[in-house]
Design a protein around this ligand. Structure first.
Ligand SMILES: Cc1cc2nc3c(=O)[nH]c(=O)nc-3n(C[C@H](O)[C@H](O)[C@H](O)COP(=O)(O)OP(=O)(O)OC[C@H]3O[C@@H](n4cnc5c(N)ncnc54)[C@H](O)[C@@H]3O)c2cc1C
Length: 306
């Protein structure tokens, strides 16, 4: 078997690359050890921070700015091509702090330098924008151009889009080795045979370290576990994404609210824990006490490529 490009890993990165390569007429194969889109890309909360490609100063900010500018067209194109609505919406997002927390001024300065739209909120404005938030929150800013996407839907749309463009899939097949001759990569090996190709792309998320090591490419990629609690609350709905540092609430239009997330260095362990889940629920109830009556619908954990 052969292909111009082999992409190892069918998460959001692998699927999106394949979708775009196929658009250019490049024959592309995704080799995925399980099913496409069932790891970090499925587990994530789908928050899409704003950016400004023209004003960005760091590599990460450039990527964020570029990504921000591509989402809308990609979402419309996928909807038209596959009929799947990925739930891409501009919900706006706010960063909030208690009185005793450190100031937000450095962050605010960073957004202003990037010329990303931002509103600084005093207590009264915060209450007006998001009435359910605790009175104890006193500092906040609002990013009106923050978006969100429903991860499982985005992955279904990408998978269907790839299939419609003729991307080949080899599923349930871990890549065990990258074939090479000196510095040149010739293809990939799986337990059921090998695929020759001109280019290999490693898009294996948290697991990329192992394949990169086999090519003697220095890296420090490691899994960072993130746990999530999904609540359902018909009476108490939030309007915007609410973040406090690394923890957040992401309200969906259907009344569901995601609470995320932990950041844990526990190896390739995707279990949820009592302390992780309880810390997330405690965080949510401190921010929005009315959520005490919400139903816990589901919990899960995923491994971010750190
Ligand atoms: C709880 C949580 C919340 C998050 N929230 C957000 C958020 O709000 N916004 C945001 O932008 N990001 C968020 N992220 C991060 C985001 O989910 C990841 O950065 C992104 O999904 C990484 O995509 P990926 O395709 O690189 O990896 P993955 O989705 O992990 O895909 C890698 C794929 O490679 C496959 N694979 C691994 N090894 C092999 C092999 N040897 N052979 C073949 N296949 C292999 C795996 O099975 C998997 O399908 C979150 C992550 C978590 C865990």
């Amino acid at each position: 078997m052969s292909s111009d490009v082999v992409i190892i890993g069918g998460g959001v990165i692998g699927l999106t690359l394949a979708y775009k390569l196929a658009e250019e007429g490049v024959s592309t194969t995704i080799v995925e050890r399980g099913e496409p889109g069932r790891e970090a890309s499925w587990a994530g909360a789908g928050m899409l921070p704003p950016g400004n490609f023209e004003k960005a100063k760091t590599p990460a900010a450039l990527l964020r700015g570029l990504s921000d500018s591509l989402w809308s067209d990609l979402s419309n194109e996928l909807l038209e091509r596959t009929g799947v609505d990925n739930g891409y919406r501009s919900s706006g997002g706010m960063e909030v702090r208690y009185q005793s927390d450190e100031s937000l001024s450095n962050e605010i300065e960073k957004w202003k330098l990037e010329e990303v739209p931002i509103e600084i909120l005093d207590r009264k404005q915060l209450k007006q924008k998001e009435p359910l938030l605790s009175e104890k929150l006193t500092k906040a800013y609002f990013l009106p151009t923050m978006h969100q996407v429903r991860n499982p839907r985005q992955l279904s749309a990408l998978y269907a889009g790839c299939q419609s463009r003729g991307v080949q899939f080899l599923l349930g097949q871990p890549v065990t080795n990258i074939k090479r001759e000196g510095e040149k990569v010739l293809g990939v090996e799986t337990l059921n045979g090998s695929i020759n190709c001109g280019h290999v792309c490693i898009a294996t998320g948290s697991w990329s370290g192992q394949l990169l090591n086999s090519l003697e490419i220095n890296n420090s990629i490691k899994p960072v576990r993130g746990q999530i609690v999904l609540l359902r609350s018909q009476q108490h709905s939030l309007k915007h994404i609410i973040q406090r540092g690394s923890q957040y609430l992401v309200p969906r239009p259907d009344g569901r609210i995601l609470i995320g997330s932990t950041m844990e260095n526990v190896g390739f362990n995707k279990t949820t824990t009592a302390s992780g889940i309880s810390s997330l629920i405690q965080f949510a109830l401190e921010l929005v006490p009315e959520l005490a009556s919400a139903t816990v619908e589901k919990t899960w954990a995923g491994l971010r490529p750190g």
